[in-house]
Design a protein around this ligand. Sequence first.
Ligand code: NAD
Length: 262
Amino acid sequence: MSGTIWNFAGKTALVSGGATGIGEAIVRKLAAAGALVVFSDLNEAAGGVLERELRERGAHIRFVVSDATDESQVEALVANALSVGGALDMAINNVGGIAKRAGDHGRIRLHETSLEAWRATVDLNLTSCFLGMKHQIPVMVAAGGGAIVNLTSLAGMRYSDGASPAYAAAKAGVIHLTRYAAVMHATDRVRVNVVAPGLTATKAMLANMPDDETRRMRAARLPMKRMIDPAEIADACLWACSEAATGVTGLTIPVDGGTAAL
Ligand SMILES: NC(=O)c1ccc[n+]([C@@H]2O[C@H](COP(=O)([O-])OP(=O)(O)OC[C@H]3O[C@@H](n4cnc5c(N)ncnc54)[C@H](O)[C@@H]3O)[C@@H](O)[C@H]2O)c1
C-alpha cells in the first residue's frame, strides 16, 4: 500500500457507505495511508469485493453490513470499530443521496414531494449524520480526541439544479449540525468538519449520464470544465482528519472546482 502523501499508520478510521463511489475512494486512500479501516454499507457484494481486494494488498480492513439510518446498527458499528482497532480516531459520515426508491428525485418540486419521500431523504442524509456523530463523539471524547468529517453537497449551500428540496434541506442541516458539534466539542479535542463535493464522477453519477455529449455539456458549465474525481473528495476528507488540520473545526470545505465561487 504505497503512493500516498498521507500517513495514518496506527489510526483507526470508520467510513459509512464505503463500498462504492466517494466512500470507496475514501476507504482506498485511508487504507493506502496505513489506517485500520472499518467501513459499512448496505451493498454486501460490493463491500465484500473491496474488502477482499484491499486485504490481499496488505490493508487492515473490515467491512460491516450496516444501515446508517438505524440507530442500533450504527451503535453496533461503532462498537465493532472499537473492538477491532481499540480506538476510534477518525469517522467519515459519507452516506447520503436522493431517496429515489421512496419517490424523491432531482427534478421534483416541493409541493410534489410526499411526506414519505421527504422523510426518506432526510433520514438518508441528516439522520444518518446525526446518528453517526451521536455514537462516535462519546468514544472520541473518552479517548481525549478525534476527527469527524461529514459529507454535504453544494446543494446544501446554494440552489442547485437537480437537487430535490428534501436533499438540499437535509444537506444544509448537515452543515449546521456539523457547526454545532464542532463548537460543543471544541474543548474535547474532537474536530468536526464537512466536505461539500461538487459534481463528482462516481460510477453511479456517470451511469446517469450515459452518453459522452451529456457528460461534456454538464462539465462545460463548471469553472474547471470538468467533474471532480472521487479521489479529490477523499483527499479533502483525509486532510481534515490529519495533523495538518489540527486548528480546523466547524469548517465547510467545498471541493467543487470553483462552483461555490460562481
Ligand atoms: N457524487 C456526487 O456528485 C456528489 C455531489 C455532492 C454530494 N455528494 C455526497 O457525497 C456522499 C457520497 O456520494 P456518492 O455519489 O458516492 O453516493 P453513492 O450513491 O454512489 O454511494 C453511496 C454508498 O452508500 C451506500 N448506502 C446507501 N444507503 C445506505 C445506508 N442507509 N446505510 C449504509 N450505506 C448506505 C450505498 O450502497 C453506496 O455504496 C453522499 O453524502 C452524497 O450526498 C455526492
